[in-house]
Design a protein around this ligand. Structure first.
Ligand code: AMP
Length: 386
């Protein structure tokens, strides 16, 4: 028998307390739920808008169980929560997505092996546990290639691009004893992502494809619809649905993909949660990715994923504050009435830290991109045209 849905008025628990948890909490509160947030920190982006903020270590399993007793379901906003933490919570209430999804997506080798075995296209890769492994991987897959730590990598952290003539011994040493993965370099035309949801009843809903560009390994700009042929977009969405179903996810799954220069799709990475590239759903889709996560983990019917209007999203890193000399010019950025501001409540603006984002909607994608870039530039006060 299928479990009954968790209805508005109930409390939902979130492991992790960053901006993804914040926007999830806002969506949940909008629908009348209470939100409890668990992370090692206090006065966090999510804690500020939740009903209860617990500041305790993920390893403190008694606190985790006590937290779980106060809610009807636990979800998470970042996948590097230790497996023991989600297991402890799962002794008390459902954890969605399930711990096996978390475990798989915490480690690149496990994730890529699962994808390859399931027939989903990935760039050729090898496990790296010794300097000799790296030498033979480079012989097999050639240079350039990308050496990554197998664990806990995001936003390009722990990643080295090896080019012809690279010092392989030094590259291996830089892994500092952790397991690595060597990937054949992908000559990509574009990076795209697909966010898909699966409910308790097995129904799925897939958002349209997002087109992503990065600066210094951090997402910079996302657009929707992605500027790729409709047939390729349909293929990417079908692939995301296939991965979601083979993992039996209850919740969200984000699939990051490369579009190669010869027009093929390769899966780069999975994330079992909302994603930075999906922030534009808040302003441009019928249902946001955060509301969708809530509906999925609570066993409610999923919402429609249709795009209402062409949209572009630009991340705001701490750099903006520094470059603006302290306080960005919010009024100037919001001069266009179709530009919207989202800030995450982080006190300290550091270079490279995600502080917020802007979105712009317009009649055309080109116009939306122009507006959002202009808005971000106007934050710098004495902005000169770029
Ligand atoms: P990741 O941490 O795997 O998401 O990688 C961060 C970024 O590095 C990606 O968004 C790509 O821009 C780039 N990248 C990662 N893997 C590869 C690869 N095998 N070939 C070329 N570029 C890559």
């Amino acid at each position: 028998m299928r479990p009954s849905p968790i209805l508005p008025g109930a409390a939902v628990g979130v492991l992790g307390s960053g901006q993804l948890g914040r926007m999830f909490a806002l969506a949940a509160r909008q629908m009348g739920y209470r939100v409890h947030v668990y992370s090692p920190d206090s006065d966090t982006p999510a804690g500020q808008v939740g009903d209860v903020e617990v500041a305790a270590a993920y390893e403190d399993l008694d606190r985790v169980r006590a937290f779980a007793r106060g809610v009807s379901v636990v979800t998470f906003e970042f996948e590097n929560v230790p497996s023991a933490t989600s297991r402890a919570a799962a002794e008390v209430v459902p954890v969605r997505p399930d711990g096996h999804v978390l475990h798989l997506t915490q480690q690149r080798l496990r994730e890529k092996t699962f994808l390859q075995d399931g027939g989903f296209p990935v760039t050729p890769f090898r496990a790296i546990r010794s300097a000799a492994d790296l030498e033979s991987a480079v012989r097999d897959l050639g240079l350039p290639g990308v050496l990554k730590t197998a664990n806990f990598g995001y936003d390009g952290k722990g990643q080295q691009t090896l080019r012809p003539g690279a010092d392989l011994a030094a590259a291996f040493a830089a892994l500092s004893g952790t397991e690595g993965i060597y990937e054949a370099f992908v000559e990509f035309e574009q990076e795209v992502s697909v966010i898909a949801a699966r409910g308790l009843d097995g129904h799925t809903a897939v958002f349209p494809v997002f087109g992503n560009s990065h600066a210094r390994h951090i997402l910079d700009l996302t657009v929707c619809p992605a500027p790729i042929p409709p047939s390729l977009a349909a293929e990417a969405m079908a692939m995301a649905r296939g991965i979601l179903e083979s993992l039996q996810v209850v919740g969200l799954l984000t699939v990051e993909l490369f579009v190669t220069r010869d027009g093929r799709l390769l899966v780069n990475e999975l994330a079992p949660r909302p994603h930075n590239s999906g922030h534009l759903t808040l302003d441009a889709c019928v249902t946001s990715q955060f509301e969708q996560q809530l509906r999925a983990v609570c066993g409610l019917p999923l919402g429609a994923t249709d795009l209402r209007r062409p949209v572009a999203m630009a991340n705001l890193l701490g750099d903006v504050w520094e470059d603006a000399g302290g306080v960005p010019d919010w009024s100037a950025a919001l001069a266009d009435p179709e530009v919207r501001l989202h800030l995450y409540g982080k006190a300290e603006a550091r270079r490279g830290r995600k502080m917020g984002h802007l979105t712009a909607t317009a009649d055309t994608l080109e116009e939306a991109v122009r507006k959002v870039r202009d808005a971000r530039r106007h934050l710098l006060r004495d902005a000169s045209p770029s």
